[in-house]
Design a protein around this ligand. Sequence first.
Ligand SMILES: Cc1cc2nc3c(=O)[nH]c(=O)nc-3n(C[C@H](O)[C@H](O)[C@H](O)COP(=O)(O)O)c2cc1C
Length: 355
Amino acid sequence: MKIGNIDIGKRLFLAPMAEVTDSPFRKICKEQGAGITFTQMVSAEGVIKNNFDTLRYLSFSRTEKPIGVQVLGNDPEILKEAAKEISKLKPDLIDLNCGCPVDKVVSCNMGSALLDSPKTIGLLVRKMVEGANGVPVSVKLRLGKDKNHINIFDTAKEVEENGGSLIFVHARTRADRYETNSDWNWIKKVKEIAKIPVVGNGSIFTPQDAKEMIESTGCDSAMVARGALGNPFIFSRFNLLMETGTEPGEPNAAIVKEVLLNHINYLETEFGELNALDKAKKNSIWYFRNYAGIDFLLSNVFGLKSLGSIRSIIEEHTTKILNNGYSESGKTDIHKKFQKKVLFWLTEEKVHSLS
Ligand SMILES: Cc1cc2nc3c(=O)[nH]c(=O)nc-3n(C[C@H](O)[C@H](O)[C@H](O)COP(=O)(O)O)c2cc1C
């Protein structure tokens, strides 16, 4: 499929994820063959007010292209102005967030709250297209407010009729948040009526899932979020699967270690040691969540106070995995917990205190 003049074929998209899709993670996913990545969501108002953090979230290097930028907003003129400012950075896609179900976003009538009014989405897209100086505009949609109010045909039609170039269909409703399985049938139905490309999203955790989504729905490509956390290998494995019909399966712990250590180096360069610490710990758990001995890592990594000690524990942990030093396999339970909540090792109270 093409975005503007760039042909990304069927390569997978890395979905926008707040607090996650920073430049180090995007670089690692790109190295592993992601078709296009996204910056973290930014507020349209923050863009036009030149807010420091917003501009930092927006920055990307030339080598990261093709890349998308996602905005959050509900005011047509502000979104138009924001699209104009963002277009100066020359991203390959500017996306409107119509999917975020978080209370503080919905209560401001942004994100998935916009799904209640397809006409408003149409107006916002038209304004963004006017401001975007030819950069394609996309919209990331959910199916609707809840199972009784599915209106994805209406919202998709508004995107298309108002100059949108691409529709992302996250095949859940706002009420589903992330907990339920996605209903890919809706991706198929949208693809059947849409005249612009449709990219499916939801519940892809393996390369086979992505292939199945594309084949069973006919969507132009697929986009992965949680399935890429600590698992940038999903992109290279998917590309191989599509090219050759087969793929090597999960990498061994030595490869996981090598890529994780590269990731930590990128984090240190981007954020400095102090600010990289928590991100390095979080990623270490994600990378090794499917391998034996995850309980050892969970109990030992969070107390560490330097990147050097994190690197050492990763070395030690990998050697132990490779030497079959852990008795338990550590797989299924953690994986289930992860699908439900990506920061599965934190209590609800702790998660709320972080947000
Ligand atoms: C930690 C996290 C942060 C997210 N942040 C955003 C965001 O900023 N913008 C957005 O449109 N979706 C966001 N999402 C939703 C994902 O992009 C994606 O639509 C959703 O997780 C479903 O895909 P999956 O089943 O592959 O995880 C986020 C999801 C997670 C897990």
